[in-house]
Design a protein around this ligand. Structure first.
Ligand SMILES: Nc1ncnc2c1ncn2[C@@H]1O[C@H](COP(=O)(O)OP(=O)(O)OP(=O)(O)O)[C@@H](O)[C@H]1O
Length: 260
């Protein structure tokens, strides 16, 4: 049994088959990337896997359980969390408060206990703050804990978003363009962070336009074109695949060679 198994997923928007019969597997500690030219169906596929869209066909199996179309909060409880292409950070809260917000999604306690400020609620708040600080250290933001999130660099915001998703202690982490808008140094920091998270046993599923990053960090790549899977394999194999090269010709993107 795979940790995450995608089977024959498909969806149609007003007659357009945005994604058709896409399947692949993700195992613990693996970094799997979904690539493809603009409009290939990457975001749509991601949204189906993470419960944002109801698939028209196919299945999403998490630890063998059918979680197809399950709402994102239920998926989080079962071990799948995600980040978004457009950052979902509270800009006028501190970095620490943002990380604690992620923690509270998991440590949700009885509202009445919180209102009455009972010892149990104070213990939970303390545990969340401690957990959040540990996460910030993990993503290299411990020294920025008290800063307002809106003042962070873009790369730091991206890392904060990963910290918040990690607060849910996921077995599978879905990253939607984690390096979008980042400069080369920030991208490299995110590379290292993703590799470290994978090394801790978390399965990573990634949609990313930065082909060099994808080729550098992925164990396995799934290539979509016009909603269909046209290739999959390790970076070196995929980057030499004639169907992949053809799909990218006529677009501005280039498939960077894994060995180059
Ligand atoms: N909500 C929607 N309603 C109608 N059509 C949609 C919707 N979302 C996506 N599509 C269409 O589905 C196809 C796949 O789009 P999608 O955004 O998933 O591609 P993508 O590979 O993520 O593209 P990009 O690299 O540009 O982000 C496109 O033709 C797009 O226009």
């Amino acid at each position: 049994m795979s940790l995450l198994e995608i089977k024959g997923l498909g969806i149609t928007f007003g007659g357009l088959k945005a994604v058709q019969d896409v399947g692949f597997k993700v195992e613990p500690g693996e970094i799997v990337s979904v690539i493809g030219p603009n409009g290939a169906g990457k975001t749509t596929l991601f949204n189906m896997i993470s419960g944002v869209y109801q698939p028209g066909s196919g299945q999403v199996l998490l630890k063998g359980e059918d979680v197809t179309g399950m709402a994102p909060n239920h998926l989080a409880e079962r071990g799948m969390s995600r980040t978004f292409q457009n950052l979902q950070i509270f800009q006028n809260m501190t970095v620490l408060e943002n990380a604690i917000a992620g923690y509270h999604l998991r440590e949700r306690g009885p509202v009445l206990a919180d209102l009455l400020n009972l010892p149990s609620s104070r213990r939970r708040a303390k545990a969340a703050a401690e957990g959040a600080r540990a996460l910030l250290a993990r993503v290299g933001l411990d020294r920025a804990a008290e800063r307002e999130a809106g003042n962070l660099s873009y790369g730091a915001l991206k890392r904060l978003e990963i910290a918040r998703a990690l607060a849910l202690d996921p077995a599978v982490l879905l990253l939607d363009e984690p390096a979008a808008g980042c400069n080369a140094v920030e991208t490299e920091e995110i590379d290292h962070l993703i590799a470290e998270v994978a090394a801790s046993g978390v399965a990573i599923l990634l949609v990313e336009h930065d082909m060099k990053m994808v080729m550098r960090i992925s164990n396995h790549i799934v290539v979509l074109d016009h909603g269909e899977k046209i290739a999959e394999g390790d970076p070196a194999t995929v980057s030499r695949n004639p169907a992949v090269i053809a799909a990218y010709l006529g677009t501005e993107a280039e498939v960077a060679h894994a060995d180059g």
